[in-house]
Ligand binder design. Structure first.
Ligand SMILES: [Zn+2]
Length: 497
C-alpha cells in the first residue's frame, strides 16, 4: 500500500487525472470483451492483461470493484460495419455448425487461455444474446429522445441530429463529423441510412439469417455497439467509473457507445476512458492477411512458422507487463526470450527472499541501507499509481532483487535492517509480484526434495573429484532449466537465466 494518489490517463481529456471514483470505495469498470468467432491472439491477451492489472491494483488499494467484461456473440458484422455477414454466423456456416456452437467453443478457448495467463475472471461476464430485451428497450429510449429513426425494418442513430442538438460526437477519438459524412451518402448497401455517419441500433434480419429476435420493428438483431451500452447501464448504472478497451475500439465502437448512452440516459456513460495500445509483430501490424497472426495456443505450443520455440503463459504475461499499457509493444522471438529470462529473475528474487530470515544479531542498523530499500519499494508503488506503469514497477523490482541478493549471498547480514524494513521488503515483493502483477511460479510443484537429494550427490561427487558425475548432474539440471550455484557458504540451485 502507498499513500500516493492514483493517477490515470483519461482518453476523453487526453491527460492524466487523479482517480476519484463516483461512489468510493465502490468502483465500476466496463471493458469490451472479445467477439468469439476465432481463437484468442496476442491482442486479446494484451487487453485482458491490461485490465486485469487495473482490476488487481484497484483491489489492492482496497476499492470494491465490480468488473464487467462482455462476450460479443451476436451483431458484430464483418469489417466492423453496418453491412455484411455476422462474424459468428459466417464462421458457423463455414464449419457447418450452429452459431452457438462457435460461441461456446471460442468462449471456452478464450477462458482457457486467460486462465493460463493468470487473468482473474471479471465479476460479471454478460453476453449480447442474453440481453436482447434490454437492448430493444434502449433502442426505444433513443427513438423517443428523437435521435434515431426507423428505416426499412432497421433503426439507425441519427448522428447529425444528435450533434446539432449540442451533443458531441467524435470527441473521444478526435474525429471530425464532416469528414465522416462527406460525399458518402450513396454507399452501396447503405441506402436505408440517411447519412453514412449514422450507425445501426437494430438491423432487419433477412429470412435466411439465423440469429434473430422479435422486436417492435420486425425480426432482427442488435447493432454491435448497442450491447455494451445496454449491459454497462444494467450492471454498473447510467454513469460508472472506468470504461476500457483496446485503442482500435475507440472509433467507431466507443464513440457510438457514448452517443447511445447520452441519447438514452441523458448522461455520458463513463468518467474515465482507458485504452490499451496495440501489439506489432516484428514491427508490423498483426493481421491474418499478413501471415503474422499468432494465436495464444500457437505461442504456448511453439507451432507457428514465425516462432522459434514455445513460450509459456507467464513469459507472455511478463512480456506484456514490461511495457506500459499505452505504449506499443513489439513482438519478436528475441523479445520473448528476453522476457522469459527477466521473468525467471523475478521468480529467483522470490526464491531468495523466501530463504531469508531476520537476524537479531546485535549490530548497529545501517540507516542508509534501510532508507534505500524503503525508497525502492516506494518506487514500485509509485509506478503502479502513475497510470498503472508496470514497466517502472518491474524496473524497481529488479533494483530490489539486487539488495535481496546481497543478503542471500550473505555479503551482508539482515541484522543491518530494522525488522520493519525487512518485513516491508518481504511483504511488498510478494504482494507486488503475486497479487498485483499476477506472476506465478510455473516450475512444477515441490521439486525441492528431489533437487536437494541431487545436490547432496553433486557435493559428494565434487569432494571425491568425480568430475564426470559432476558434469552429468550439471547437465541434468540444465535440461530442466535449472542451474547449480557453487557458493562460498554452500551449494544451492536457481532457475537458469
Ligand atoms: Zn464494447
Amino acid at each position: 500500500m502507498t499513500a500516493e494518489k492514483l493517477v490515470v490517463y483519461n482518453t476523453l481529456s487526453r491527460k492524466k487525472e487523479i482517480f476519484e471514483p463516483i461512489h468510493a470505495p465502490n468502483v465500476g469498470m466496463y471493458v469490451c470483451g472479445p467477439t468469439v468467432y476465432g481463437e484468442g491472439h496476442l491482442g486479446h491477451a494484451r487487453s485482458a492483461i491490461t485490465f486485469d492489472i487495473i482490476f488487481r491494483y484497484l483491489q489492492h488499494l482496497k476499492y470494491r470493484v465490480r468488473y464487467v467484461r462482455n462476450i460479443t456473440d451476436v451483431g458484430h458484422l464483418e469489417h466492423d460495419a453496418d453491412e455484411g455477414e455476422d462474424k459468428i454466423a459466417k464462421k458457423a456456416k463455414l464449419e457447418k455448425v450452429e452459431p452457438m456452437e462457435i460461441v461456446q467453443r471460442y468462449t471456452e478457448y478464450y477462458h482457457d487461455a486467460l486462465r493460463k495467463l493468470n487473468v482473474l475472471p471479471p465479476s460479471i461476464e454478460p453476453s449480447a444474446s442474453g440481453h436482447i430485451p434490454e437492448q430493444i428497450r434502449m433502442v426505444e429510449e433513443i427513438l423517443s429522445s428523437g435521435f434515431a429513426y426507423e428505416s426499412e425494418g432497421s433503426v439507425y442513430f441519427d448522428v447529425e441530429k444528435f450533434t446539432t442538438n449540442g451533443n458531441k460526437y467524435g470527441h473521444l477519438s478526435g474525429r471530425i463529423l464532416e469528414d465522416l459524412i462527406s460525399g458518402t451518402r450513396s454507399l452501396d448497401g447503405q441506402q436505408s441510412k440517411k447519412s453514412s455517419a449514422d450507425f445501426a441500433l437494430w438491423k432487419l434480419a433477412s429470412p435466411e439469417h439465423i440469429m434473430k429476435w422479435d422486436s417492435p420493428w420486425g425480426q432482427g438483431f442488435p447493432g454491435w455497439h448497442l450491447e455494451c451500452s445496454a449491459m454497462s447501464t444494467k450492471y454498473l448504472g447510467e454513469t460508472f467509473d472506468i470504461h476500457g478497451g483496446g485503442m482500435d475500439l475507440m472509433f467507431p465502437h466507443h464513440e457510438c457507445e457514448i452517443a447511445q448512452s447520452a441519447a438514452a440516459n441523458k448522461k455520458e456513460p463513463a468518467k474515465y476512458w482507458l485504452h490499451n495500445n496495440m501489439i506489432t509483430i516484428n514491427g508490423q501490424k498483426m493481421g491474418k492477411s499478413l501471415g503474422n497472426f499468432i494465436t495464444l495456443n500457437e505461442l504456448f505450443s511453439g507451432k507457428h512458422a514465425l516462432l522459434e520455440q514455445a513460450y509459456s503463459p507467464m513469459t507472455i504475461r511478463f512480456f506484456t507487463l514490461q511495457a506500459h499499457y499505452r505504449s506499443t509493444l513489439d513482438f519478436s522471438n528475441d523479445a520473448l526470450k528476453a522476457a522469459n529470462k527477466a521473468y525467471r529473475k523475478i521468480m529467483n528474487g522470490m526464491k531468495m527472499l523466501n530463504s531469508l530470515e531476520y537476524s537479531n544479531e546485535a549490530i548497529e542498523k545501517d540507516q542508509a541501507l534501510n532508507s534505500e530499500i524503503n525508497k525502492i519499494i516506494d518506487d514500485c508503488y509509485k509506478g503502479m499509481s502513475d497510470d498503472f506503469n508496470t514497466a517502472i514497477t518491474i524496473a524497481s523490482l529488479f533494483n530490489l532483487i539486487k539488495k535481496i541478493n546481497v543478503f542471500y549471498l550473505k555479503q551482508k547480514s539482515t541484522a543491518l535492517l530494522t525488522q520493519e524494513t525487512f518485513e516491508n521488503m518481504k511483504v511488498s515483493y510478494h504482494t507486488l509480484v503475486t497479487d498485483v502483477l499476477g506472476l506465478i511460479d510455473e516450475v512444477p510443484i515441490n521439486p525441492e526434495g528431489l533437487i536437494k537429494g541431487m545436490l547432496e550427490i553433486y557435493k559428494e561427487a565434487k569432494e571425491n573429484k568425480q568430475y564426470d558425475k559432476v558434469d552429468q548432474i550439471r547437465t541434468y539440471f540444465k535440461e530442466q532449466g535449472l542451474a547449480i550455484k557453487d557458493m562460498k557458504h554452500g551449494i544451492d540451485w536457481a532457475y537458469e537465466e
